[in-house]
Design a protein around this ligand. Structure first.
Ligand SMILES: C=CC1=C(C)c2cc3[nH]c(cc4nc(cc5[nH]c(cc1n2)c(C)c5CCC(=O)O)C(CCC(=O)O)=C4C)c(C)c3C=C
Ligand code: FES
Ligand code: FE2
Length: 420
């Protein structure tokens, strides 16, 4: 299809003010899929090279997790008090605080069992530092690239990250460019959307109105089918399949597992289920459909209906049908966390009665192929001169959240914000 969109749809933020990009045509595919060719030649590092437009702040957005058991209560409190994740109305803070205190002992035990905390901070910091090293080489014109992490529910929180930006010479009248890079490959309003609403909130509080000297923000908001992501998943799956005897290998069932969503969020029109399915299909294409597969959903919380089928039930039902060779693939998160190390390893596999034939594919963590993919995504974004994907300007059909409207107007630009 040769549908072409004028770049008048797209905009670039310069010193906080939205200005139209220079006229050229961009296919929406270019904006969303970031499919730059992979064989980037690597020139030597050129820190502060003459003509560099850097420094550039690379800000990883994610939910975060408690690094110690003592941090669990605060983590859960922030999570249950987030109206973008769990809308509880006017009593949000009160009810959120009540639910989180009651839940804390159970969740503390789970974090204790996986080594005393979540590894998300360790992996996020490592991935970002390594990505920035690559960017300094392949994008000397925007070097040096400085790594920052902004978590939604654990330290370092968005406010802390913003103050660090100020300390390092960004904003405060000095401007500078910052890229908000979501670490959720697939976009959900309850994950990336919530992080962007939070970033927008602190941007308003700490920098006031957009204007000369404020930070120039742009966003990498989704990357469900980036070839580097797809290849890393596929190669990890191949490694796990190789552990089965050859005669059983192609009959092992691949069970992709993603964090579920409440049906209220799905029915509001959240993009996440479709984007997770896109990742699964791209990985299967890359594997040449070598095995039968299904997508299932894990980590439901509370009594309301969630998107299914549930991962644990699916494993039990396949085993009951005689299918015991099952490969679990966490497909919606880029590092290990409580849902891989506790829920999949200890509950789903541990309680399956078949720990020798039900296996889990390793998480992306520090995989160099994955770090290359992050650098490729960032490089494509830095070169593209766009603020975010064209898709990001559109609110969900059922969205009633004014924070979404405001943050979309800010990040996508007023002219690209649709249905706000
Ligand atoms: C793509 C990933 C995730 C989506 C989508 C998501 C939605 C979502 N989550 C909750 C409630 C909880 N999630 C919790 C932990 C948690 N969630 C994700 C990822 C997604 N959540 C991760 C990676 C983690 C673990 C973090 C870590 O270990 O570091 C928790 C806390 C644990 C618990 O109490 O069970 C809750 C609660 C909702 C309601 C939701 C969608 C609306
Ligand atoms: S809930 Fe999706 S845009 Fe607000
Ligand atoms: Fe969650």
């Amino acid at each position: 299809m040769a549908a072409r969109h004028s770049v008048a749809h797209l905009s670039r933020r310069v010193s906080g003010a939205v200005v139209p990009s220079p006229l050229r045509t961009v296919r929406p595919k270019d904006v969303i899929a970031h499919t730059r060719a992979f064989a980037t030649p690597v020139p030597p590092v050129t820190q502060n090279a003459a003509g560099s437009k850097g420094p550039t702040a690379m800000v990883f957005l994610n939910m975060g997790g408690p690094s110690t058991v003592d941090e669990v209560e605060d983590f859960l409190k922030r999570l249950f008090q987030d109206g973008d994740l769990i809308p509880l109305g006017r009593l949000q803070n009160y009810i959120g605080s009540f639910i989180s205190s009651r839940r804390t002992p159970k969740i503390q035990k789970q974090y204790a069992e996986i080594g005393g905390g979540s590894p998300i901070r360790k992996w996020s910091e490592y991935q970002n530092v390594e990505m920035c090293k690559i960017l300094d080489r392949i994008s000397p014109e925007t070097a040096p690239h400085k790594p920052y992490v902004a978590f939604r529910y654990a330290n370092p929180l968005t406010e802390e990250m913003y103050n660090k930006l100020f300390e390092d010479g960004f904003g405060n009248g000095k401007g500078g460019r910052a890229i908000a890079f979501t670490q959720y490959p697939q976009y959900s309003c309850s994950t990336t959307g919530s992080s962007l609403n939070e970033l927008w909130k602190w941007r308003q509080r700490l920098e006031g109105k957009a204007g000369p000297g404020t930070i120039d923000w742009s966003v990498i908001d989704r990357w469900p089918v980036h070839p580097g992501l797809v290849n890393t998943f596929a190669s990890n799956i191949e490694k796990t399949l190789a552990e089965y005897p050859e005669e059983r290998r192609s009959k092992a069932v691949l069970l992709f597992s993603a964090h579920s969503l409440p049906m209220t969020v799905v029915n509001r029109g959240d993009p996440y289920p479709a984007e997770v399915a896109a990742t699964v299909y791209a990985v299967m294409q890359r594997l040449n459909f070598s095995n039968p597969y299904r997508l299932c959903w894990q980590s439901q919380v509370g009594p309301q209906p969630w998107l299914g089928p549930q991962t644990q039930t699916s494993v039990e039902e396949y085993i009951a049908k005689g299918q015991k060779d099952l490969v679990l693939i966490p497909i919606a998160f880029t590092s290990d966390h409580i849902e891989t190390l506790f829920e999949l390893d200890k509950e789903v596999i541990g309680e399956s009665g078949h720990t020798d034939t039900v296996k889990r594919v390793e998480s992306l963590n520090g995989n160099p192929m994955f770090i290359d993919a992050l650098a490729d995504l960032a490089k494509t974004h830095l070169d593209s001169n766009i603020t975010c994907s064209y898709q990001m300007g559109l609110r969900c059909p059922g969205c009633k959240n004014e924070r979404c409207a405001e943050s979309k107007k800010f990040f996508a630009g007023v002219q690209n914000s649709l249905a706000v």
